[in-house]
Structures are given as structure tokens and as C-alpha cells.
Design a protein around this ligand. Structure first.
Ligand code: PEP
Ligand code: MG
Length: 547
């Protein structure tokens, strides 16, 4: 048995087989082969298994995210069968008498360079697809395909760190835990683990060794340990711990349908954070009173190109309908910083978190913003949609947003497309927004505090930088004071305010948030019932000031 330790960012106990996740790190060697016929057979076989994998991925994506997003897997199948591509690989094997791996990798490079050199933006992007499909064939050739195959096995992902664009590709049904070498408590891997209700460890002292692949392991999301090939006694005690955890969670289920109200009668709305339509069942299971943050940028991250108005409309409509009239707060595209997308073609920046991101991009690329707003207003007919804007720093930005919304409404009116008025809110996630929250409150219907970014901007600590994790302190007095100021200014102006950053789920602060008068907390679905339990045990009149 091997034991490694990290910091647990979500509790729970999971059993599964290790799957080492490495980023495009195939080291391809050029090898001379005698039997070119056998080498071509190896390539054909690998190509066919890659196509089979893609067929399965297509079916899965079709069910989970719909036709529009599934199509890419069909395109990838076609690419693998493309005559020019296949002929180039077989000719390389025959003419140069080299191994299939080298022929695939060199053909991938040649084709990708060709695509990249084209003027057409669409064709340029196909370069990434050629690399992607070739990587899949290389994985099969190197025997790595088994862990991405179809076996319905519980998997523990061990990675360096995972970018949002990588987490969206994971088979979420199989993944039972995350273990990363880097990462921070506010990273998207941590947020995803909370949404998926599975344990996650960061800063773990494990290495990405191939020999761990496929080995049985247990992740303890209470102590932060991962056991590879656990001995019998460990497995037994972990099983017990898991049963106890499940029993506690089952007990919490009794709180479904109960009010979120304190002992002295103060009510608060407990909403859920989601990344897409696929998270809604968990929201419903945990009896959220609404959705307080739909991170719409995941629609963009999940896509090979800008999602169209109709694609977005379908997603927003589906979530609104599934929530059956409960409030759904959709945040407009918050891309940039840690969420990068190739097709946005953004310049490299020295300080992306302080750079071209979120509302700044939307106000600069107005047509893209209008496409999203049109989709949101069209979807407003199918439920109770509110719209929220990220990274606000000024009143002028809010006024500009409202002008663009008026333009969108004018166009919808002219076409006779129906829509409803939506509540408009902003995220308070910059110190500037806190300091002028009295002025901003006059412009909007609600505030939602993004404590993840507010903490990084206030303490000047990059939320992605694991080296600073020990001083990234969202309990810092500066943050608590800001939270108090925001609530006071919101209420003075007669608007409601909530918290949708990860701090909202911190049970040690629930009493303080209630005391400040927060009207809403929006948290990962898996945290919701524990939070309701805490609210129902609180007597606000007895809460002492933390500042
Ligand atoms: C936040 O910054 O607190 C927030 C909720 O937004 P995100 O984590 O998506 O940046
Ligand atoms: Mg944020």
C-alpha cells in the first residue's frame, strides 16, 4: 500500500481505479520497422478503435449536452477516415519504413500546420482537431486507450491540475474523485468536485507515474489521503467511514422541502451554482430554491466555436423549464483569466486575471454579447430568468449594459419575438464595486458577491497560485467588512443581495452572513442541505460580531 497526502477541498470517501491524466505528453520516437504491412495493420486497428471511442462519446454527449455539442465527435470520426490523412500515414510507414506512432504524429503535424496557415478562421481551428484525433490514435497505439474505454469503472483522476476545458471532457459518471498535484481551493477542479459531490484533494505529494494507472485506490476527502492498493484493514475502515458519511448525507435529505429559516424566524434563500444543464438534477435532488449562479461560460468552453443564439437559447430554456418557475440567475459569459478558449483568439497577457476578461470582453465584442442577451431574453418566456454581469467596476459599465439590453429588446420587439422583463444584477467581485456599491445599487435589482475573485483582488493573491494557498484567507477582516458594506448598501437602496462565491457555503460563516442580513446564498448543490441545517440551528440575535 502507498499513501499520499494532500489538502482536501471536498469531503467524502471514494473507491476506484487510478487514471493518470497527462496533458498531451506523448513522446514519439522514430523507429525503423521491417514489416510495414504489420505496421499499417497496427495503425488501421488503432484508427478503428479510436472511431469506436468517438461513436460512444457522440452517443454520450448527445444524451448529456445535446446534438449541437455532440456533433464534434462525428466530425472527428470523419477526420480519421479522411482519405488524405490515412494515405499520408500509410505512405509514411511504407516509404520511410517507420513505426505507426511516428507516421501518425508527423502527419498530424503536417496537416495541423497546413490548417493553421489558412486564412479562414474556421479552417485554422481544425488544426486543433487534427491534433486531438491523432492524439486519440496515439493513445490507442500506446495502450492508453483502456482507461478512456467503455468499461463502467469507478475512476479516480490523478492529474497535475485540470483546466476547465479539460474537466468538461471527463466522463462524469465514472469519475469518483480528483487528486491533483497542484490546484487551489478556489480552482475549477475544486468547484467541479463540489458540484459533482465527490472528494477532491489538491497539493498532493503524488507523482504522475504510469505504473499507478488502473490500480485500486481510495480517496479520503476528510483527511486528505489517497491510498493506492490499500491493505485490507485500510479498505475495511474506509468502507465504514464511507457508510457513516452516506448515513449523515441521508439524514440531511430529510431537510428537503423544509424552509431555510433561523430559530428566530429570519429567512434566507438557498440557491445552487451550476455549470450547465447536466447539473440541474443535483439541484433538484438537493431541493435548491433556485439557481443563484449559472456559469454560462461553460457553454462556450464546451464548444468548438462560439455557441450560436439557438444553442444558447435551448440551454437556458431547458434549465428554466426544469426549474419549474423557480428563479434561475444566469451570469453572462465570464471568459478570460483561468478560463481560456482558443477560438476567442485572445492575446497572451502578463496578468490575465487583471486583463481582458468577462464583461470587458462582452462590452468590447458587442455582437457576441448581443447574441447571448437575445438568447437569454428569448428563454425568459420559459421560466423565471434573472441576468447577472461579472467583473463590474463602474456605474458606466452598468449603464452601457443597459443600453445594449435596450437595443436587444428593441430588435426583439421589431421582430415580434416575445420576451419577459428580467431582473438584472451584478456580481460584486472587485474592491471597486464594493466601494461604490451605494451607487451601483441604484442601477440594478440585486447584487451577488463573488468571493472567489473578491478575495484574490482584495488580498492581491492569485486564486490559482497554490503557493499562496496558506495566505489566501477569505475570512480576512477586509473581506468580512466588505461583505457587510455590500449588504448595507444593497438594503439601503432597497435591493436584495446574495453570495455566490465558494465562501457562501462556509458553515463557519453562515451565522455572520445571516447577521449581515444576506438574502441569499448560492452554493454547490451538494452543500445545500448542510447549509439549510446550519441556518435552521442558528439564532441570529445571539450571533457575535467576527470583525
Ligand atoms: C467568484 O468569483 O466568486 C465567482 C462566483 O465567480 P467564478 O468563480 O466563476 O469566477
Ligand atoms: Mg468570479
Amino acid at each position: 500500500m502507498k499513501v499520499f497526502n494532500g489538502t482536501a477541498v471536498f469531503s467524502g470517501i471514494s473507491f476506484g481505479k487510478i487514471s493518470i491524466y497527462k496533458r498531451n505528453e506523448q513522446l514519439i520516437k522514430r523507429e525503423h520497422v521491417q514489416d510495414v504491412v504489420e505496421e499499417i495493420r497496427r495503425f488501421e486497428e488503432a484508427k478503428n478503435s479510436a472511431i469506436e471511442q468517438l461513436k460512444e462519446l457522440y452517443e454520450k454527449a448527445l444524451k448529456e449536452v445535446g446534438e449541437a455539442h455532440a456533433q464534434i465527435f462525428e466530425v472527428h470520426q470523419m477526420m480519421l477516415d479522411d482519405l488524405d490523412y490515412v494515405e499520408s500515414i500509410t505512405a509514411t510507414i511504407e516509404d520511410q519504413k517507420v513505426n505507426a506512432e511516428f507516421a501518425v504524429a508527423s502527419t498530424a503535424d503536417t496537416f495541423a500546420n497546413l490548417f493553421e496557415a489558412m486564412d479562414d478562421a474556421y479552417m485554422k481551428e481544425r488544426a486543433a482537431d487534427i491534433k486531438d484525433v491523432s492524439e486519440r490514435v496515439l493513445n490507442v497505439l500506446s495502450g492508453k486507450s483502456s482507461d478512456t474505454g467503455t468499461a463502467n469503472e469507478a475512476t479516480i483522476i490523478v492529474a497535475d491540475d485540470l483546466a476547465p476545458s479539460e474537466t468538461v471532457q471527463l466522463d462524469k459518471e465514472k469519475v469518483k474523485a480528483f487528486v491533483t498535484i497542484h490546484g487551489s481551493t478556489q480552482s475549477h477542479t475544486a468547484i467541479l468536485a463540489r458540484t459533482m459531490n465527490i472528494p477532491a484533494l489538491i497539493n498532493t505529494n503524488i507523482e504522475l507515474l504510469e505504473e499507478y494507472n488502473g490500480k485500486e485506490a481510495i480517496v479520503d476527502g476528510f483527511t486528505g489521503s489517497v491510498y493506492i492498493e490499500p491493505d485490507e484493514a485500510t479498505a475495511k475502515s474506509m468502507k465504514k467511514k464511507q457508510e457513516k458519511d452516506i448515513a449523515t448525507k441521508t439524514l440531511l435529505l430529510q431537510l428537503r422541502g423544509k424552509e431555510s429559516i433561523t430559530l428566530d424566524g429570519q429567512k434566507i434563500h438557498l440557491y445552487a451554482n451550476i455549470g450547465g444543464v447536466e447539473d440541474v438534477p443535483k439541484v433538484v435532488q438537493n431541493d435548491a430554491e433556485g439557481i443563484g449562479l449559472f456559469r454560462s461560460e461553460f457553454l462556450y468552453l464546451n464548444s468548438e466555436d462560439y455557441p450560436t443564439e439557438d444553442e444558447q437559447f435551448m440551454a437556458y430554456k431547458e434549465v428554466a423549464e426544469k426549474m419549474r418557475g423557480k428563479k434561475v440567475i444566469i451570469r453572462t459569459c465570464d471568459i478570460g483569466a483561468d478560463k481560456q478558449i482558443d477560438y476567442f483568439n485572445m492575446d497572451k497577457e502578463e496578468n490575465p486575471a487583471l486583463g481582458y476578461r468577462a464583461i470587458r470582453i462582452c462590452l468590447d465584442r458587442k455582437e457576441m454579447f448581443k447574441t447571448q442577451l437575445r438568447a437569454l431574453y428569448r428563454a425568459s418566456m420559459f421560466g423565471k430568468i434573472s441576468i447577472m454581469f461579472p467583473m463590474i467596476i463602474s456605474v458606466e459599465e452598468v449603464r452601457r449594459i443597459k443600453e445594449i439590453i435596450a437595443e436587444v429588446m428593441g430588435e426583439l420587439d421589431a421582430e415580434g419575438t416575445p420576451y419577459r422583463e428580467c431582473e438584472l444584477g451584478i456580481m460584486i467581485e472587485t474592491p471597486a464595486a464594493v466601494m461604490i456599491s451605494d451607487l451601483l445599487a441604484k442601477e440594478v435589482d440585486f447584487f451577488s458577491v463573488g468571493t472567489n475573485d473578491l478575495t484574490q483582488y482584495t488580498l492581491a493573491i492569485d486564486r490559482q497560485n497554490h503557493k499562496l494557498d496558506s495566505i489566501y484567507n477569505p475570512h480576512h477582516k477586509a473581506i468580512l467588512r466588505m461583505l457587510r458594506i455590500v449588504a448595507e448598501n444593497a438594503h439601503k437602496a432597497g435591493i436584495w443581495c446574495g453570495i455566490c462565491g465558494e465562501l457562501g457555503a462556509d458553515i463557519t460563516l453562515t451565522e455572520t452572513f445571516l447577521k449581515y442580513g444576506y438574502d441569499e446564498l448560492s452554493v454547490s448543490p451538494s452543500m445545500l442541505l448542510a447549509l439549510r441545517d446550519k441556518v435552521r440551528r442558528t439564532n441570529v440575535a445571539e450571533v457575535k460580531d467576527l470583525e
